[in-house]
Ligand binder design. Structure first.
Ligand SMILES: [Zn+2]
Length: 141
């Protein structure tokens, strides 16, 4: 069956939804300085680099809200040091991320299409559906 969109399209849409979920979860609050942020000042930022860890691009456990200042001038200025901060603040999530990072798999475009079709536009059910499909689901490799 031919899908209506390609992999790049689904990935882009799903990253947007995942980021909406993360902003709701983190209550639009910079996880570093505690400041409330909105609009373009509110960044959902990845923890592990998604160029290296392509399979973790849509994993909301791999994202946190930062204000634009701390995203650009703190996180990206010294990622190794900032990652140490994350590890101390969220030890369980960091452990999960390390386990996921070892797994080499790629979500199929068909699965990305299912995730896109089954999740709400506001991102509210993203984690639940993602886990069902990719973490606890049969498709997980
Ligand atoms: Zn901040």
């Amino acid at each position: 069956m031919k899908l209506p969109h390609n992999r790049t399209w689904y990935t882009k849409k799903l990253v947007e939804k995942a980021k909406r979920y993360v902003k709701l979860r983190d209550n639009y609050t910079c996880q570093y300085c505690g400041k409330k942020v909105e609009g373009s000042n509110c960044h959902a930022s990845h923890v592990l680099n998604v160029g290296t860890h392509k399979n973790m691009e849509l994993d909301v456990m791999n994202m946190k809200v930062l204000c634009s200042y701390h995203h650009m001038h703190w996180w990206h200025k010294d990622v190794l040091h900032a990652t140490e901060w994350f590890k101390e603040k969220f030890p369980d999530r960091y452990k999960y991320l390390m386990e996921q990072a070892k797994r080499k798999y790629k979500h199929s475009t068909a699965d990305l299409a299912i995730l896109h079709d089954e999740t709400e536009a506001d991102g509210s059910d993203f984690l639940k559906k993602y886990n069902r499909l990719f973490i606890y689901g049969e498709r997980y490799e």
